[in-house]
Design a protein around this ligand. Structure first.
Ligand code: CP
Ligand code: NVA
Length: 310
């Protein structure tokens, strides 16, 4: 049985297969042809952090696939009163067919998966946000940016950065990561990406000057400077990220036909200017919608794998 905890565990072919399946299901859904690939199945959606896109896309997604989603907030579960994660995993996974978790450390997610009887999906941890990258790559494909792209990620070395690094290292494209000093990605992920790039032909480059990273690239992307759980660091982070905003001047350094992506929520006039977000709104909100389609592909794919493994 396969889980979806990190892109590290997936081959290039598998990642592309999941995204293709998402694209196919998207086409069907656009014709209002909702095929019940997961009829009568239940998806447990366990949240220890806030969410708009992840919650709605999974809940609507499983419904469109013929199943039902259960929104499980840790505040309302016995988990929030101290029931161990491994016990919660053993209970929840006996009653549902798949679980999505948004939590803090990757260790919590790994522990849940270890004790789960059903596939577990990473709905964001402090380390990775891999489902977002399925939607981001689907969007790149739709906008013709999937052929040897050069992608610049500008901002905090966080769960989104780590996920972009894994995607580039697995699929074999060039990623330039620009972060202020002290906000670089985790060294273990830098090392993993380096090893994976040797196999894929990808390259991940690191910068402390965003303008160098953005120069002549095909895709520019960023994320909030203050991730969930870092609210107390807000003031110092805003100072540290001075010069990292994606504004008209920064975007003009990329190729003329470059696109801008943002996983959202966006904090206007911090990591991205109002002007740039609105200029690329069609793409950014397609990206948000693609969460729904890509994750339907993922859920169907995981179910197929489970059936194959008996
Ligand atoms: N991009 C993303 O995961 O959004 P939510 O936090 O709203 O789920
Ligand atoms: N890096 C952000 C992503 C939100 C979707 C966070 O973890 O809060």
């Amino acid at each position: 049985m396969r889980h979806f905890l990190s892109l590290y565990d997936f081959t290039k072919e598998e990642i592309l297969e999941i995204i293709e399946l998402g694209a196919k299901i998207k086409k069907e859904a656009k014709l209002k042809n909702y095929i019940p690939y997961l009829q009568h199945q239940s998806l447990g959606m366990l949240f220890e952090k806030s969410s708009t896109r992840t919650r709605i896309s999974f809940e609507v997604g499983i419904h469109q696939l013929g199943g039902q989603g259960l929104f499980l907030s840790s505040n309302d579960l016995q988990l929030g009163r101290g029931e161990p994660m491994k016990d919660s995993a053993r209970v929840i996974s006996r009653m549902v067919d798949m679980v999505m978790i948004r939590t803090f450390s990757q260790k919590i997610l790994d522990e849940f998966a270890e004790f789960s009887k059903v596939p577990v999906i990473n709905g964001l941890t402090d380390k990775y946000h891999p489902i977002q990258l399925l939607a981001d790559y689907l969007t790149m494909k739709e906008y013709g940016k999937d052929k040897n792209p050069v992608v610049a990620y500008v901002g905090d070395g966080n769960n989104m950065t780590h996920s972009w690094m894994m995607l580039a290292a697995k699929l074999g494209f060039e990623l330039r990561v620009a972060t202020p000093k002290g906000y670089e990605p985790l060294q273990e992920i830098v090392d993993d990406a380096k090893e994976l790039c040797k196999l894929s032909g990808g390259v991940v480059k690191y910068y402390n000057h965003p303008k160098e990273a953005v120069k002549d690239c095909d895709v520019v992307t960023t994320d909030t400077w203050v991730s969930m759980g870092q609210e107390e660091e807000k003031e110092e982070r805003i100072k540290a990220f001075d010069g990292y905003i994606i504004d008209k001047a920064m975007m003009s350094l990329a190729k003329d036909d470059a696109i801008f992506l943002h996983c959202l929520p966006a904090y206007r006039d911090y990591e991205v200017s109002e002007e740039i977000l609105e200029k690329y709104a069609d793409i950014v909100f397609d990206e948000a919608e693609n969460r729904l389609h890509a994750q339907k592909g993922l859920m169907v794919w995981l179910d197929e794998q489970r059936k194959k493994s008996g």
